[in-house]
Design a protein. Structure first.
Length: 162
């Protein structure tokens, strides 16, 4: 069971989402940092993630592609600014324009709290250019986290812990 907290964010530039997952921190963290897991959850419902590359280490880069149901590809990239295994991730989140130039850049901070076999995950995303952008990201992340819950359940049932 996932508990959701989607309280209104205090400013248009800030999004805060909290979930409690029925999985250990090591597995939730691995789903954020292992490209094999990331491809199964880090896109909204109906989207695929045909490409995910990067290394989750401080200073490491990542680049991913989300594909809409109609085949349109949306690319984003970023840099890991802080990586504390099973505790914290801080990374930039930059949408790429159709011509490959960088679009809106935000900062994503994810905190992982061990609740004795469960994990409280708090995600803070800052730097939005508008409330509409923040709200759109909130909807997208909400769907991603629903997919993450399904993946965590499947991995846990297979006995995978990280």
């Amino acid at each position: 069971m996932v508990r959701k907290n989607n309280a209104p964010s205090p400013t248009p530039a800030e999004l805060i989402l909290t979930r409690v997952f029925n999985a250990p921190c090591s597995l939730v963290f691995a789903c954020w940092t292992d490209n094999r897991h990331l491809q199964h959850w880090s896109a909204p419902h109906g989207f695929a993630m045909p490409h995910a590359e990067g290394k989750a280490e401080t200073g490491g880069h990542y680049r991913v592609c989300m594909q809409k149901p109609d085949g349109t590809q949306i690319w984003l990239h970023g840099v890991y600014q802080e990586v504390v295994p099973n505790k914290k991730l801080v990374m930039t989140h930059v949408w790429e324009q159709e011509d490959g130039s960088p679009g809106e850049e935000t900062l994503v901070t994810v905190l992982f709290e061990d609740l004795g076999g469960k994990t409280r995950m708090t995600m803070l995303q800052t730097g939005f250019e508008s409330a509409a952008s923040r709200d759109g990201h909130g909807e997208g992340w909400g769907e991603c986290f629903e997919r993450l819950e399904v993946l965590l359940s499947k991995l846990s049932n297979m006995g995978i812990k990280s």
